[in-house]
Design a protein around this ligand. Structure first.
Ligand code: GLN
Length: 544
């Protein structure tokens, strides 16, 4: 395989149960290594058969995170970007579906020259090719690859087998496995239990993999004797048993891992010099502000997937970043778009200082979103609409201000006489679902003297998209004459990317998804301004 002489490969596996937070541990380790001057990236291998998570319902798998290059990926990539302040791309998330898709495509092209195509070596070779491709893209010092699912699942076996082989490709000094595990506490016995971890590690050993480091999720501190026991039964050094206590915030985890010396263990095992001590001043400043807010506000998030907050992960994280920037705690009040209507909107939004209407697909909950937006517009309550939220704001305005009672989006009402939101020309003929939307980063030009320009402080921006429908420019003149302005335009296509109502304290809708670009070190300017406007609304309403 291709040369990769300098790169170190770290694999993060998980045992005992899912949802242990492998993504956060991987991102935290990457943060520590990055803060010591290494170039690091993270990749996630997902064991499901979907080619990407783009076709998955958010209830199944949480938010679909879109990268600059338009890849629809697992939400853990959002954590990687927010922690590391770097862009990821398609190579950073590979599913079993994509691996098989690539292999079968090659087979149909005759690339295997009459050979029987098998899991080993063809599928495992394709997995390894994808692992090495990430390393080669930017010549990284370290690539961390997170294996989705749990060790022992039938589905993840080819990934585990590929990991076993990587050690022989790259040599033992360039290879490390960290196994994340759970140490349950039995209340009745008053004891922490190591047995599930012993079994999980045995299972890994059966696949030929000896983990080098155990990261142990626990609700209680790990006493020395438990660490000793884990080391003995799982065949690792005692100082490679790392405690991962439940944390108040995911952003605490890098410092907790630093305290447990996870980064030092990793560097020692990979025979990497310690270079410099981690430079975490900015990170610590962020945590200081996060934990000591001066004020707090309530922001309503109106959406239809609120039963699973992971469906809006990037939005809630963007509020944490923007709140911290404003030294304000943002309490998110979740409101189901099917529950809110013109009768109860006033009550539901009592004590709410700003409203975000969420992205989404399909007609369910649309009328609730529109009723919410009407209230925000009329009552001058700060409003932020993202993607479908922006489209609903345009529909509401067309219906209630322009007087086009039947105005709608053709996604909701296919036969409407006033398709104010409509399919783009190039989308009309597409019949396939996966990967066919307007995806990834597009340029946008901002008009001066607008809320958007005030936030960004420049006219040329780039933001990420994931949608099929667009503002129908046939209505642009009328809409603008009635008081809603298109303040951000795609310079190539003329498509409307941002709408605002200037005669309102803060009413902004974006066709793109600003939440996808908010990171700890770069809170998104629109979120920062929206939080600020909501805070001002609170101060004003309390002084009245
Ligand atoms: N369903 C809308 C569209 O496809 C909005 C998508 C979204 O909110 N991401 O255009």
């Amino acid at each position: 395989m291709a040369s990769r002489k300098n790169t170190k490969f770290i694999f993060v596996t998980g045992g005992v149960t899912s949802s242990l937070g492998k993504g956060i541990i991987a991102a935290s380790l990457a943060k520590l290594l990055q803060s010591r001057g290494f170039s690091v990236t993270i990749q996630k291998l997902d064991p499901y058969i979907n080619v990407d998570p783009g076709t998955l319902n958010p209830y199944e798998h949480g938010e679909c995170f879109v990268t600059e290059d338009g890849a629809e990926t697992d939400l853990d990539l959002g954590h990687y970007e927010r922690f590391l302040n770097i862009n990821t791309s398609q190579e950073n998330n590979v599913t079993t579906g994509r691996i098989y898709y690539n292999v079968i495509t090659k087979e149909r092209e005759g690339a295997y020259l009459g050979k029987t195509v098998q899991v080993i070596p063809h599928i495992t070779d394709e997995i390894k090719r994808n692992i090495y491709a990430v390393a080669e893209k930017n010549d990284y010092d370290i690539v961390i690859t997170e294996i989705g699912g749990c060790v022992g699942d039938i589905e993840s076996l080819p990934f585990i087998e590929a990991v076993r082989q990587v050690k022989w490709d790259v040599g033992p000094n360039n290879f490390l496995v960290i196994n994340l595990t759970l140490i349950p506490y039995l209340k009745a016995a008053g004891e922490l239990k190591t047995k599930p971890t012993q079994h999980a590690v045995k299972q890994l050993l059966e696949s030929g993999i000896q983990p080098d480091i155990l990261v142990c999720r626990t609700e209680h501190k790990l006493p020395q004797e438990i660490r000793k026991k884990l080391a003995l039964f799982c065949n690792v050094n005692i100082n490679s048993v790392i405690e991962a206590m439940d944390a108040d915030s995911i952003y605490d985890v890098p410092l907790l891992m630093r305290k447990e010396k996870l980064d030092e263990r990793v560097l020692a095992k990979l025979k990497l010099s310690h270079k410099v001590e981690p430079e975490l001043t900015q990170w610590k400043n962020f945590l200081g502000k996060l934990k000591n807010p001066i004020s707090d506000i309530n922001i309503a998030l109106v959406g239809k997937y609120i039963e699973l907050p992971d469906a809006y992960k990037s939005i809630t994280e963007a509020f944490i970043h923007a709140g911290t920037e404003n030294e304000t705690k943002v309490n998110v009040k979740w409101i189901h778009s099917e529950e809110i209507n013109s009768e109860n909107v006033k009550t539901l939004l009592e004590n709410v200082h700003g409203v975000l209407v969420a992205p989404g697909f399909g007609e369910r909950g649309i009328e609730g979103k529109i009723a919410t937006i009407k209230f925000c517009r009329e009552e001058k309550l700060p409003f932020f609409g993202i993607c479908l939220g922006m489209q609903c704001a345009v529909v509401e305005f067309a219906r209630n201000v322009l007087g086009l009672k039947d105005a709608s989006s053709t996604e909701i009402e296919g036969k409407t006489k006033n398709p104010i939101i409509d399919l783009m020309q190039e989308q009309q003929s597409i019949t396939q679902k996966g990967g066919t939307m307007r995806l990834g980063s597009y340029a946008c030009e901002l008009k001066k003297n607008t809320k958007a320009y005030q936030a960004y402080g420049k006219t040329k921006i780039n933001e990420r998209h994931r949608h099929r429908y667009e503002f129908n420019n046939r209505y642009l003149q009328d809409i603008e004459a009635a008081g809603m302005k298109a303040t951000g335009i795609n310079p190539k296509t003329g498509l409307v990317e941002i709408v605002e109502i200037p005669d309102h304290p803060w009413f902004v809708g974006t066709q793109f998804h600003p939440e996808l670009k908010s990171t700890v070190l770069n809170p998104h300017p629109l979120f920062v301004r929206f939080v600020k406007a909501s805070l001002e609304h609170k101060i004003l309403s309390e002084s009245n």
